[in-house]
Design a protein around this ligand. Structure first.
Ligand code: NAD
Ligand code: TYD
Length: 351
């Protein structure tokens, strides 16, 4: 099948890796990237593919139904890979409505238009919704999130993503819209916006600025290299079963404090700094409100059904990530100029 795919949010972190993978791997597909270019969207992330004949960028907002409808009319999409979202938990605490608008209203707008546009022939169509493990809530010391774990979102971000997941399933059950959802654990890698823990600390280590660890640094996240995430999406997109949910994760749990120590160690080596120099930048700051304690994914279903498993060990993925930032300081300087400084001051000055 020669797909015509609408990727939403393709100028963001995960979206840009996904767009690059599909544009390069499937020259027979046509890929249209619809992105609003919020603070998190950046066309520099896609410089290497912008002139590929099977790729088009369109600037626009997924909540604008007329605009999205015209795109469907014009391009006759056969599939949607829906990545566009407000994605940062701390921002969701300061401005929950922005998350409802894009994550809930935007998703339902896309679903509604896909349903109308595809209703006469659902054959070969797919609405693929990219979601997060945070919808499952917070774990204690034991256990894992499976596809059967009841939803228990606790932040405005995870609540908005949970709501969008529910709408996607509702469109499957109510209107037979062919859908798939995947829920992935924390990603890291190149082009990650430096508001999130790992790229924020890489940037601060480079600039010898404090490394702000929330609370005691004991919260646990399950980290997956972004390249492995988009490989999993590729497999699920092509081989997954319609109406199903797949969890994606790397069995790679780290306490925040340990991850930052590993990052400091690797960066001291790479920057030729004295061992321990960057660790002295660590400061413990006021905890995030409602801070989820632990996330951990059980990705057995994906492994058993579709044969996917992560390709990179964490230390290796982290090393590749640091190297990318060290070789792309211009990118880092661009995205941390202007509005970023205001965000940083507001977010961290009180902590
Ligand atoms: P991101 O914040 O880096 O990128 C989001 C992109 O969406 C940006 O390019 C932004 O401009 C665009 N966008 C935002 N609002 C829009 C709107 N109204 N209309 C059109 N475009 C809009 O996010 P990310 O980290 O790449 O996450 C992508 C998806 O993956 C999200 O749905 C997120 O919930 C999910 N996810 C992320 C992670 C993670 O660790 N980053 C893990 C699991 C799932
Ligand atoms: P983050 O990268 O924001 O991802 P998420 O909240 O979606 O998991 O945060 C990862 C972990 O790092 C989370 O437990 C919060 C913590 N954290 C800090 O300790 N300091 C920081 O400055 C940030 C941004 C996050």
């Amino acid at each position: 099948m020669n797909h015509i795919i609408l990727i939403t949010g393709g100028a963001g972190f995960i979206g840009s890796h996904l767009t690059r993978l599909f544009v390069n791997k499937y020259p027979q597909y046509k890929i249209v990237n619809l992105d609003k270019l919020t603070y998190a969207g950046n066309l520099e992330n896609l410089k290497d593919i912008e002139n590929q004949p099977n790729y088009t960028f369109v600037k626009g907002d997924i909540t604008n139904g007329d605009f999205v409808n015209d795109l469907f009319e014009g391009y006759k999409f056969t599939a949607v890979l829906h990545c566009a979202a407000e994605s940062h938990v701390d921002r969701s605490i300061s401005d929950p409505l922005a998350f409802v608008r894009t994550n809930v209203l935007g998703t339902v707008t896309l679903l509604q238009i896909a349903k109308e546009y595809w209703k006469d022939n659902l054959n070969g169509k797919l609405f693929y919704h990219i979601s997060t493990d945070e919808v499952y809530g917070s774990l204690g010391n034991n256990g894992f999130f499976t596809e059967e774990t009841p939803y228990d979102p606790r932040s405005p971000y995870s609540s908005s993503k949970a709501s969008s997941d529910h709408f996607v399933r509702a469109f499957y059950h109510t209107y037979n819209l062919p859908v798939i959802i995947s829920n992935c654990s924390n990603n890291y890698g190149p082009y990650h916006f430096p508001e999130k823990l790992i790229p924020l600390c890489i940037n601060n280590i480079l600039n010898k600025k404090p490394l702000p660890i929330y609370g005691k640094g004991e919260n646990v996240r399950d980290w997956l290299f972004v390249g492995d995430h988009v490989q999993a999406i590729d497999v699920i997109f092509h081989k997954g079963r319609t109406g199903e949910t797949y969890n994606i994760g790397g069995h790679n749990e780290w306490k925040n404090i340990d991850i930052i120590k590993e990052l400091c160690k690797q960066m001291d080596e790479k920057l030729g700094r004295e061992n321990g120099e960057s660790e002295r930048l660590i400061i413990f700051v006021k905890d995030r409100a409602g801070h989820d304690m632990r996330y951990a994914i059980d990705a057995t279903k994906l492994k058993n059904e579709l044969g996917w498993k992560p390709s990179l060990q964490f230390e290796e993925g982290l090393s590749k990530t640091i190297d990318w930032y060290l070789n792309n300081t211009e990118w880092l300087n661009h995205v941390t100029s202007g509005d970023y400084q205001n965000y940083y001051e507001t977010q961290y000055h009180k902590r």
